[in-house]
Write a protein that binds this ligand. Structure first.
Ligand SMILES: Nc1ncnc2c1ncn2[C@@H]1O[C@H](COP(=O)(O)OP(=O)(O)OP(=O)(O)O)[C@@H](O)[C@H]1O
Length: 330
């Protein structure tokens, strides 16, 4: 049963005010595989410097004596431009999370990956996330915030760690007071009340929604050029969902970090992302401006996805940040 939620008014409002103007540009529909390294900007046109390039990514369960090789990803091509927000959507089991895991350098053990993942121009597919240089690690937000938080370490210290790593890289170490100020600012920015109390406590003292906000603060503290968020709001109540999406909208986008957002929720994709990539059977089968793809999907898998969402009672175009292209029925 599809997951339903009201349109996210705060995110939609946010995008209507003060942000770079949306566009009605409608590049030709793209079905099949995008050209390797192809990327897009807010208007779906090519950008020069993608922060992320995935080409011909294949992931499989290797053959054993008893069982043949099982392909899971069959040649994913995907790119995220600097400051671009791209949603990865698709049916359950299509390969969204595996794609995001390969980008993070966190594929489940036992799987074999081939192809290319480039972050900031460097090949990282074979380098596990924790072993990558700091500037080749995307910030990560997952559905379960517990995975990102150490249960025994004070929240403030966990937010401070990526902050300090970031300053080390730039050759500057923030003093204690500056780091503490930055931690409290971040905790406030993700909507946590009483940041001082939160910073001093352990994750177990927080609600699930508060923990997700802390996980978001930890991710954002790294100031990475790319945020990878895999169903970051699925487990949250509606109010916290909207708040988390507002923070992502604030901290990513033109002039800020790029975003690769895995979501099953087309309304979320429409509210947050200028471009969408539809995954089916281990491949990206269609990509383009979110409004265009959701209004007039071309590939059968994309049509099925949008059709199922509409049949569920929610028009995925609701809350879209990009007006429907001319000639497309609203
Ligand atoms: N560790 C693993 N070992 C074997 N198969 C796996 C493993 N992880 C994922 N798969 C399979 O790979 C395929 C893609 O999985 P993935 O988690 O990427 O799907 P998804 O599109 O994110 O789905 P959902 O929306 O349900 O989360 C599925 O068929 C899944 O069963």
């Amino acid at each position: 049963m599809p997951h339903r939620r009201p349109v996210l008014p705060s995110v939609a409002r946010h995008h209507r005010g003060g942000r770079p103007a949306p566009t009605t540009a409608t590049p030709p529909a793209h079905h099949g595989r995008p050209r390797a390294g192809a990327t897009g900007t807010a208007d779906g046109t090519a950008a020069d410097e993608p922060v992320l390039e995935v080409s011909d990514l294949r992931v499989e369960v290797p053959a054993t004596r008893r069982d043949a090789t099982v392909p899971l990803l069959r040649g994913v091509d995907l790119a995220v431009g600097a400051g671009e927000r791209v949603a990865l959507v698709g049916a359950s089991g299509s390969g969204k999370s595996l794609t995001a895991a390969a980008v993070r350098g966190q594929l489940p053990p036992g799987l074999r990956a081939q192809g290319r993942v480039r972050l900031g121009g460097a090949d990282v597919l074979d380098v596990p996330g924790p072993r990558r240089p700091v500037d080749r690690r995307p910030a990560v937000v997952l559905q379960d915030p517990s995975a990102a938080l150490h249960p025994l370490v004070a929240v403030g210290a966990q937010v401070a760690m990526p902050l300090r790593a970031r300053h080390d890289r730039a050759g500057r170490r923030p003093g204690r007071a500056a780091a503490r100020r930055a931690v409290l600012e971040l905790l406030a920015a993700v909507g946590l009340e009483d940041p001082r109390r939160v910073a001093a406590g352990r994750p177990a003292e927080l609600s699930g929604g508060q923990r997700q906000r802390v996980a978001l603060a930890v991710a954002l503290a790294a100031a990475a050029p790319l945020v990878v968020a895999d169903e970051p709001t699925t487990a949250l109540d509606t109010v916290t969902q909207a708040a988390v999406l507002d923070v992502l909208a604030d901290r990513t986008g033109p002039g800020r970090a790029g975003l690769l957002l895995v979501t099953h929720d087309l309304a979320v994709a429409a509210a947050l992302c200028s471009r969408v990539a539809v995954v089916a059977d281990g491949r990206v089968v269609e990509t383009g401006p979110t409004a265009r793809v959701l209004a007039a999907p071309g590939h059968p898998a994309a049509r099925a996805l949008v059709g199922a969402d509409r049949a569920g009672g929610t028009d995925p175009r609701a809350g879209a940040t990009v007006p429907a292209p001319a000639g497309v029925p609203a």
